[in-house]
Design a protein around this ligand. Structure first.
Ligand code: URA
Length: 297
């Protein structure tokens, strides 16, 4: 396969390793400075990949945590369940954030440390950021529950590198100047906003309680592309448009452009799965290319 330098750089950012013939003689023309910069970046990306794949090979890894964003503390023990706040479908962004932070509509509120609303660029007026991409995962895990931010563990590092491979970087209140050529036009969230205890699978009743929050997030963010990562994200987003989606293997939902509230949806593997199934990283790369091409069109 003939790949140019940029394509090879993207694949290496994702950890997809290619056999290559011995290197040609060093570049000496004007491209030399760029080539040095790209090589340095690739070395850093390789080091990151080696570090993040270590746990998959059995080496112990300390969880990498980010500081938790300011969020209303949750008092415990739980005083019990309450109905989901009314009018989610009419809420603005701050009201929606507050509704999720205080939600006690399912049992997950009793064991969570923090709700995990999502992360993305912060609009000056507190309104929903208008992003090109929305990434939807399954549910917060232990690290995310502590940090109050999605995808901060090992799977999150892989997700960050996948996004970087298509020129995206997660944004937040601290992202004043993303790197040149990199966009922060992406919001990352999950189907569930609270962690299921012991990282068990989401329960259908929990998904149903959380669904209106994700729906309102989509309406307010107005993304141009939704990337659904894993079975739960795909099933939740496609249940109204794909008959019997629960019975369809994830692999069969890939490779086509679906739709949710009129927004194109591309399904791909969950990064946690990719950490265990390195061979499928190349398929995830295909999915990112499909989503990017759809967005460009
Ligand atoms: N897995 C997910 O699906 N979401 C997270 O936020 C973290 C791990």
């Amino acid at each position: 396969m003939d790949l140019d330098k940029r394509q090879r750089a993207m694949l290496r950012e994702m950890g997809v390793r290619l056999w290559q013939p011995p290197s040609p003689p060093p570049v000496v023309a004007d491209d030399a400075i760029n080539a040095v910069a790209v090589d340095a970046r690739l070395e850093r990306a390789e080091a990151r990949f080696d570090a993040e794949l270590a746990p998959a090979r059995g080496a112990p890894a300390a969880p990498a945590l980010r500081p938790a964003p300011a969020q209303a503390p949750v008092s415990r023990p739980a005083p019990g369940l309450q109905p989901r706040p009314a009018g989610v479908e009419r809420m603005d962004w701050p009201a929606l954030q507050a509704a999720v932070a205080g939600c006690r509509a399912c049992v997950l509120c009793e064991s969570r440390k923090n709700t995990v609303f999502g992360i993305g660029p912060v609009a000056a007026d507190g309104a929903a950021p208008q992003v090109d991409w929305l990434v939807v995962g399954e549910a917060p895990g232990e690290n995310e529950d502590i940090a109050g931010e999605p995808f901060v563990g090992q799977a999150g590092k892989l997700l960050d590198n996948m996004l970087l491979a298509i020129g995206l970087q997660r944004g937040n209140a601290d992202t004043t100047a993303p790197r040149a050529g990199v966009s922060t036009s992406v919001f990352i969230t999950n189907v569930l906003k609270c962690r299921p205890p012991a990282n068990r699978n989401p329960d259908p009743a929990e998904v149903a309680q959380c669904e209106p929050y994700l729906k309102r997030q989509v309406e307010l963010l107005q993304p141009k592309m939704i990337l659904a990562l894993g079975k739960f994200a795909a099933q939740s987003l496609l249940q109204d448009s794909v008959p019997e989606v629960q019975k369809i293997p994830l692999g069969k939902l890939r490779g086509q452009v679906h739709s949710y509230l009129g927004v194109p949806v591309v399904v791909s593997y969950h990064p946690a799965y990719l950490l265990r199934s390195l061979g499928d990283k190349a398929k995830a790369w295909d999915d990112l290319c499909l989503a990017q091409a759809q967005l460009a069109s």
